[in-house]
Design a protein around this ligand. Structure first.
Ligand code: GLU
Length: 432
């Protein structure tokens, strides 16, 4: 039976690298019909905090990762680690040094194992010094509690970061001493920052929580994370966790380090935003709009949904949304640089005033009817439609770019559009 685990230390938020470890263990369990367990490595009582644990569990769920049994907490098992260490002392395999207990490493041996990702790896015990099992404060050393618990939890396979690769021979020695069969190990190359050094705070966002806040969708982040370490083949890139589960193959995991590329992640996110259901996006966009200080009292979900459809293909993260759609939620939207000049131009004011009068009769105020009027009016006046479109776009949205003007006007509604056009026609745009 495949049993794997994710073993976070609740001493900080869920790091992108740890999240990737969790995703791979989860994929492994689900792919091979096994169980995915959690172990909370809270042996450092000073640095472990309940709020971090809560956040880690929340972020895992957010990513779409579920677990099968109640999490095991190491802080509740100190007596067991000490008892196991005492057993090793009694068997002559460990010794006391003050309050601490140390494991005696037998020299002159070779420890070999076959890593699921790197292939055969060998270590000489001559290079390994005696190992602390229990520290003098009574708490267990990571390598020891890890082995006791992986044995206790019946873990069959361990996928973790390359930063643990030098721990593995020590852990294998402990398994042997405790009379347990070691699990299979696979070490994943670390995620690098764009400059080629290990991904760290220096590189910007490193916690899942930050990406969530920045408006990344969990499906996009999960997808991006499992591609940092595994190639599904056939140049497939966009696939959900469910799809990945069907074809995941640990043998196809990469042994070389991958760079974390925010551009690529943003591209993934944009793809997922394009496909996401409006019912999923609208509440999330509502949060971003509120955070950006918009008053949504008179905007229902249906309205946000219509604005979403205008901008869906233009946003890379949900965070991009508020800045692009300001004009849909307030009359006093910012006017971009150069926009004022366009609106102050007497010729443009006249065009806008004339158009406002004609738009009044359009009912219902649909984008096709509005467009038809623009084109007719431009033809009658012998000007290009763009000469009308640019100032009107600026008058109703304050921006020279955005969704199609006629669709925007339809969503804004006749009343709002006319109010804004008249405001410009009467030269009161600055007071907006
Ligand atoms: N708490 C350890 C870590 O987060 C777990 C390592 C392991 O998977 O054995 O790195």
């Amino acid at each position: 039976m495949v049993r794997v685990r994710f073993a976070p230390s609740p001493t900080g938020f869920l790091h992108i690298g740890s999240a990737r470890t969790a995703v791979f263990n989860w994929l492994f369990a689900r792919r091979y019909g096994g169980r995915f367990l959690l172990r909370i490595e809270d042996t450092d009582q000073k640095r472990s905090e309940a709020r971090y644990l809560e956040e880690i569990l929340k972020d895992l769920r957010w990513l779409g990762i579920d677990w099968d049994e109640e999490p095991v907490f190491q802080s509740r098992r100190f007596d067991i680690y000490r008892a196991k260490a005492e057993d090793l002392v009694a068997a002559g395999k460990a010794y006391r040094e003050g309050e601490a207990v140390l494991f005696r490493v037998e020299k002159g041996r070779t420890i070999e194992y076959k890593d699921m990702i790197h292939g055969p790896i060998a270590w000489q015990t001559d290079d390994i010094k005696d190992q602390v099992l229990i520290k003098s404060d009574g708490s267990p050393a990571y390598n020891f509690s890890c082995v006791v618990d992986d044995g206790f939890m019946g873990i069959s396979h361990i996928l973790r970061g390359d930063d643990h690769i030098s721990n593995t021979p020590k852990q294998i020695l402990f398994y042997e001493a405790l009379g347990l069969r070691p699990p299979e190990f696979g070490h994943m190359p670390l995620i690098l920052g764009p400059d080629g050094s290990k991904l760290s705070k220096r590189h910007g966002g490193v916690s899942v929580e930050e990406y969530k806040r920045e408006g990344f969708l969990p499906q996009a982040l999960a997808n991006y994370l499992f591609l940092l370490g595994w190639s599904p083949g056939e140049e497939r890139e966009i696939l959900s966790l469910e799809e990945a589960v069907k074809i995941f193959d640990v043998a196809a995991m990469n042994a070389v380090q991958a760079k974390f590329d925010i551009q690529k992640l943003s591209w993934f996110n944009a793809e997922y935003i394009k496909k996401a259901g409006a019912d999923e996006l609208i509440p999330l966009l509502g949060i971003h709009l509120l955070e950006a200080g918009f008053d949504l009292a008179s905007s229902d979900d249906a309205y946000i949904g219509r604005v979403l459809e205008l901008y869906r293909v233009r946003i890379k993260t949900l965070r991009d949304f508020p800045a692009m759609v300001e004009c849909f939620f307030r009359d006093d939207f910012a006017v971009e640089e150069g926009g004022r000049a366009l609106l102050d131009d007497p010729g443009n004011r006249e065009l806008i005033a004339d158009l406002a009068v004609r738009l009044e009769s359009i009912d219902p105020f649909g984008h096709e009817a509005v467009e038809k009027l623009f084109r007719e009016r431009a033809a009658e006046r012998g000007i290009k439609p763009a000469q009308l479109i640019h100032p009107v776009r600026m008058a109703v949205s304050g921006r020279s770019k955005g969704a199609g003007l006629f669709e925007m006007m339809e969503v804004l509604g006749k009343e709002t559009v006319l109010r804004r056009l008249r405001r410009v026609a009467h030269g009161s745009a600055d007071k907006a």
